[in-house]
Design a protein around this ligand. Sequence first.
Ligand SMILES: C[S@@+](CC[C@H](N)C(=O)[O-])C[C@H]1O[C@@H](n2cnc3c(N)ncnc32)[C@H](O)[C@@H]1O
Length: 291
Amino acid sequence: MIPLYGLAVETAKPRAVIRDETAVRIVDSIDYDFAKFDGGPSLLGTVLRAGILDAWTRQFLAGHPGGTVVELACGLSSRFERVASDRCRWLDLDLPEVIELRRRFFAETKRRRMIAASVLDDSWLDVVSANPGPYMFLADGVLSYLSAEQVHRVLQALASRYPDSLFAFDTCGRKMIGSQDRHDSLGKMTARMIWACDEPRSLERLGLQMRESLTLNHAPRPLRARMPHRDRLVLSAAAALNLRDFARYRVNLFRSRSSTRAFREWGPCHRHDPEPARRPGRSGPPAGPAG
Ligand SMILES: C[S@@+](CC[C@H](N)C(=O)[O-])C[C@H]1O[C@@H](n2cnc3c(N)ncnc32)[C@H](O)[C@@H]1O
């Protein structure tokens, strides 16, 4: 609900980083106390994260217009409406009760299917394989809610079954997980994050190669250029002060190891934003995004 609300709030701004009228329509039609998330900096964080993932998805589809995007734990995401190409296939996966709600707002087509399953259940892999590759797997604001063992098992299984595929997901550092009860949005939710990942590059041992690992302060330039001055200041301050271990909240892009083909369009670069100087003992208001 938090990422959805973040996009709806963003859409109402005169200089929105992302405009998502579908998110606005859904928020307007659901009876839920979204206002409790108002005012906190994490809504902006969820928007920037969505923007980074959107940019990578567009780039993937530009190179592979007939490829398949799998959005794991999609919730009520309308990423398909924002970035899908004319020919791509798209699979939205979430738990059965969420897919039931999702069906109120989104229709299935030949190119766009919903899967009611847990990401931990491997029955849906055959549905993925029935669609044309290459594949891009997105997990926006969900892996942190699983245990480390579960995350590793899912990533390893997908990486070994789908070589030459892209994996885009966010990771939270230990400190943010430890202080989530005081977080401006997460503290108001019952779900609790479990998986802390201070060093996303360590996931390479699961059969992945890191392509990019960005802090929210290093969102793509076109995205940052659209940010209102106030939001830019908030972000820069959070990064400079390393609030809530800001530098360890990352949005990552990995590629599974190659079989025969390579994703040449991504080039050889492995961009990994440096961490700012540590400020031991400093604490402050939560800055990372939520959910
Ligand atoms: C914070 S929401 C993010 C939703 C969406 N990715 C977005 O950005 O709007 C987390 C989502 O993860 C889903 N989820 C949690 N555990 C799951 C699991 N084991 N399998 C599939 N989905 C799961 C929840 O149902 C929820 O929709």
